[in-house]
Write a protein that binds this ligand. Structure first.
Ligand code: PXL
Length: 264
């Protein structure tokens, strides 16, 4: 059994964060273990606003020690990291245990007006993204990492991918999704050599909660099963497309993607 350590936050509503990660690993057939970094609670009395409750460094370190000294893993994946301190801890862990990592540079939750952790872009850019085997920013995160404002075209996505690659990440997939100009959803993959566009028809649904976490986890699971980062992106694309096609409405505010849709 291949094993993954995911260092990420808990989405109390179950659609994103470590909940999405573990569901994805279960569907693809790898074993996930978690170091929880923060708890996101949604406020039903305030338009489902996301409130964050970060976990202290010592507690995050204790979880990492459990997994890496007590078991060992084949790869690491990072999601929501609440402070510079925790970003640094994740980066140091990669060095200490010589692990490959999929870095999902989470800075915001979909549907929220304000990025949760905008001040973390610098630490991600300087400390963690340079060590990534692959990083999976959406347009907003790509803009923050590449220090570009307002990415809206495929050419700008390519420019951002190049800049993020230049930080040190070995592969970059910039997810355009539905926010790029044109009627196709386009993602840009870059491996330092060639750009490759992954295009698909837009899926018309507001229920995409957890799509980013699910995609990055599908990439992680696929890599650990022996695929190249490029192949992993391709298969994760298929996985997330099905999960979005069969997403559903959880309450009046949110609808999660459906990892179970990939079960034959
Ligand atoms: O989708 C980004 C995200 C990541 N991690 C956690 C979250 C969210 C958004 O809600 O709650 C824990």
């Amino acid at each position: 059994m291949k094993k993954v350590l995911v260092i990420a936050g808990s989405d109390t509503s179950g659609g994103a964060g470590i909940q999405a990660d573990l569901k994805t690993y279960q569907e693809i057939g790898v074993y996930g273990m978690t170091a929880l970094t923060t708890i996101v609670a949604q406020n039903p009395n305030n338009q489902w606003a996301h409130d964050v409750y970060p976990i202290d460094r010592e507690t995050v370190q204790a979880q990492i020690t459990t997994i890496l000294d007590g078991v060992g893993v084949d790869i690491m994946k990072t999601g929501m990291l609440p402070t510079t301190e925790i970003i640094e801890l994740a980066a140091n862990t990669l060095d200490k245990y010589q692990l490959d990592a999929v870095v999902d540079p989470v800075l915001a939750c979909k549907g929220q007006d304000e990025p949760l952790y905008p001040e973390n872009a610098k630490a991600l850019r300087e400390l963690l993204v340079p060590k990534a085997l692959i990083t999976t920013p959406n347009l907003f995160e790509a803009g923050q990492l590449a220090q570009m404002s307002n990415i809206t075209t495929v050419d700008e996505m390519k420019e951002a991918a190049q800049k993020i690659y230049d930080l040190g990440a070995k592969h970059v997939i910039v997810k355009g999704g539905s926010e790029v100009e044109g009627d196709q959803a386009v993602d840009v993959f870059y491996d330092g050599d060639q750009f490759e566009l992954f295009e698909h028809d837009m899926i018309d649904t507001p229920f995409t909660h957890g799509a980013g976490c699910t995609f990055a986890s599908a990439v992680t699971a696929s890599i650990v099963k022996g695929h190249s980062p490029r192949e992993a992106v391709q298969s994760a694309k298929q996985f997330i497309t099905k999960a979005i096609e069969q997403s559903w409405q959880l309450n009046e505010y949110v609808g999660p993607v459906n990892q179970f849709a990939n079960r034959k």
